[in-house]
Design a protein around this ligand. Structure first.
Ligand SMILES: [Zn+2]
Length: 353
């Protein structure tokens, strides 16, 4: 069994439609009643949107039911699916903790509740029956005030046992007016020793070169090879990895055809820029990581050897993968070191031929 690393998955968008539907039926019948049946709900939940802004509105639907009490329910199902259906050995889960705190509290009270949310997510994602190495990325958000975003950075620095990095999310077209603020927050985060990624260069409105020097990885970044290939040598020099999430761009209307991604991969490979293939919102898309891989292969966007390189990149650029090698190396070493295991691989054994 191949084991994979997933670097870009949102907690809100990770809930597959069937799980969310069952949750609505059990606990929020008012929400379930808005749809004739499950098929109608799934169609609403997974259909393409006309813009990134419209697409992100869907996150608020899930965020509204994810709180300290319900998060273990969702995360248990997320981990179970990721282990059984996606073969994940490693998962970085990202979200904005502030949006999981009670809306009726004051801003200060909500900030104070964020650590509890991180603790709940961290505890809920450690399952003996579905063992995946996980860590959290906390997302600053373009709609949140400076004080909250700064508190998110501080929290990331205070809880390294659960948190491996920070991100900026909420629609890359919205950063513009507040760019100085976000640059300062990223500089602050780097000074605290935090790992960084950020949603930039996802859409044509999200090209913010000011943020690039502070990012260790780039959330999406597809507009760099598409519109600004002159930046690729610098991205390669900084060893920044692009987190490419193929299905997202079709769901948000950013790309019209998956074939447009061929230019992205070709230019990055040519320039020596690493790419990790990710899902972004596997639940919202109803598309799991192995299908993202397969889809890129069947559409002739990448070759098998390029896919393998991207899968290795995911482990190499992971913020919290604790080993200096991939699972495949560990399994190969185990096979070579153990005579019993080596015997099992001996194809000359008559009972296995
Ligand atoms: Zn994302």
């Amino acid at each position: 069994m191949a084991l994979y690393a997933e670097l870009h998955r949102h907690l809100g968008g990770s809930v597959v439609p069937r799980v969310l539907w069952r949750f609505f039926q059990r606990s929020h019948s008012d929400l379930a009643q808005q749809f004739i049946d499950y098929t109608a709900f799934e169609d609403f939940y997974t259909r393409p949107r006309s813009s990134l802004a419209e697409y992100l509105e869907l996150h608020t639907l899930v965020e509204s039911v994810q709180n300290n009490e319900t998060l273990p329910y969702f995360i248990y199902r997320l981990m179970r699916g990721a282990y059984v259906f996606e073969n994940l050995a490693y998962l970085e889960l990202r979200y904005t903790p502030y949006y999981r705190t009670p809306e009726d509290l004051s801003q200060t009270q909500r900030i104070d509740r964020m650590a509890q949310i991180v603790e709940t997510v961290g505890q809920a994602s450690q399952l003996n029956e579905y063992p995946i190495i996980t860590s959290q990325i906390l997302c600053m958000h373009s709609r949140l005030p400076y004080e909250v975003n700064r508190a998110i950075v501080d929290l990331a620095a205070q809880m390294p046992n659960y948190i491996c990095g920070i991100d900026i999310a909420g629609g890359d077209a919205l950063y513009g007016e507040r760019m100085d603020e976000f640059v300062e927050l990223y500089a602050y985060a780097r000074n605290l020793g935090l790992n960084t990624t950020g949603h930039v260069y996802e859409t044509t409105e999200g090209c913010h070169p000011e943020l690039l020097p502070y990012l260790m990885r780039i959330g999406h970044g597809i507009q760099i090879p598409l519109l600004h290939p002159e930046l690729l040598p610098l991205v390669a020099q900084r060893k920044q990895c692009l987190e490419i999430c193929p299905t997202t761009y079709l769901k948000t209307g950013t790309l019209q055809d998956i074939q447009q991604l061929k230019v992205v991969f070709d230019r990055c490979f040519e320039a020596g820029v690493d790419i990790a293939i990710c899902t972004d919102n596997a639940g919202l898309h109803n598309v799991r990581l192995p299908f993202e891989y397969e889809s890129l292969l069947t559409h002739d966007i990448i070759s098998f050897s390029q896919l393998k390189t991207c899968q290795e990149n995911a482990f190499r650029h992971a913020f919290a993968w604790p080993l200096n090698q991939e699972p495949i190396s560990i399994l190969n070493r185990a096979l070579q070191a153990s005579p019993d295991l080596a015997l099992l691989t001996d194809t000359t054994l008559p009972e296995y031929s």
